[in-house]
Design a protein around this ligand. Structure first.
Ligand SMILES: [Zn+2]
Length: 305
């Protein structure tokens, strides 16, 4: 495990092979006066045990607050590890977790590291939750998912942005790209001096801007900006995934609103079948979704609503 001190009270934990099944997925800790704030919990008890060993002495007289930035499995599987901790998330992240966590655990079981019991947040917030004396705030910042939030260390001007910012482009798991754009614009107004991400370590302000330009390009149905493509030629698959996934999510939302019994998984399976996609590939992986022709997909989706 590699631990990087950030500012006077932040620690970024990065795990190595053998410690986690999913590398480049950090957790971030803010050491407050009364509370320690742990942002996300990686893939299970094994990486969390390493964090515990590292902070055990200092943690003795503190209360641990765990913050889940969003519901995805690589951010919540260690939730159950720390006894006596209090888990906090946005209310939608908790709803998303209740809906998806057991399913995600089944689908991604090969990534389980140590022991896992899905544990849902104890406390939720809608707009913001502030620990005033500590100078720590959890702030709703949707985009990557509908319940995504960030953690701001106001004293140090360090913001943990979770999966909202990635190098060079973020991933889209929610249909509302206007919300994504607003969240990135908001982050840029915070005047933070450090942006801590989950999968890309520390991002520069320039990288936050690049993410914003990309989100805007997709909203406007324009090509990915040339300067991003030039520096990162392999993002084509991810870019196609994002555009196709958002389109499917938009149509699924229309159908969900008009049918209480709408089953998203079944819908996608039928859609893939009708589009004659090889059944062995119905895994909704990034590669599979990226491989679908966008125009054909749009035509098919239009027929469904
Ligand atoms: Zn995520």
């Amino acid at each position: 495990m590699k631990v990087t001190e950030i500012g006077s009270r932040g620690l970024m934990f990065d795990f190595e092979d053998g410690e986690t099944t999913l590398g480049q997925t950090i957790v971030y800790l803010i050491k407050g006066e009364k509370y320690f704030f742990l942002c996300d919990t990686q893939t299970g008890s094994k990486p969390m045990n390493l964090v515990k060993d590292y902070i055990e002495e200092e943690l003795k007289n503190k209360q641990l607050i765990i913050f889940n930035s969003h519901y995805h499995w690589d951010h919540i599987w260690g939730n159950d590890f720390f006894e006596d901790s209090i888990i906090v998330s946005h209310s939608k992240a908790r709803d998303n977790m209740i809906e998806n966590a057991e399913k995600e655990l089944k689908e991604n079981s090969k990534f389980v590291e140590g022991k896992i019991k899905i544990k849902y947040p104890d406390i939720t917030f809608d707009k913001k939750l502030s620990f005033e004396d500590e100078g720590v705030e959890f702030i709703y910042a949707p985009g990557h998912t509908s319940g995504h939030a960030i953690c701001y260390d106001k004293k140090e001007k360090i913001v943990f942005v979770g999966d909202l910012v990635e190098e060079p482009i973020p991933m889209f798991f929610d249909k509302d790209l206007d919300a994504f754009r607003n969240s990135l614009e908001y982050i840029l107004t915070m005047n933070a001096n450090t942006y801590v991400t989950t999968h890309s370590y520390i991002a520069s302000e320039e990288m936050v801007n690049v993410n914003l330009q990309y989100v805007k390009a997709v909203i406007d149905n324009k090509k990915t900006p040339e300067k991003i493509l030039k520096n990162y030629p392999d993002i084509e698959t991810l870019d196609k995934f994002n555009r196709n996934n958002v389109m499917m999510l938009k149509y699924e939302n229309i159908l969900k609103n008009s049918n209480n019994n709408f089953d998203g998984d079944r819908f996608r399976e039928e859609l893939y079948k009708e589009m004659k996609i090889d059944k062995s590939k119905y895994d909704s992986s990034v590669e599979m979704i990226a491989s679908i022709d966008k125009d054909k997909l749009e035509k098919k989706l239009k027929e469904k609503v």
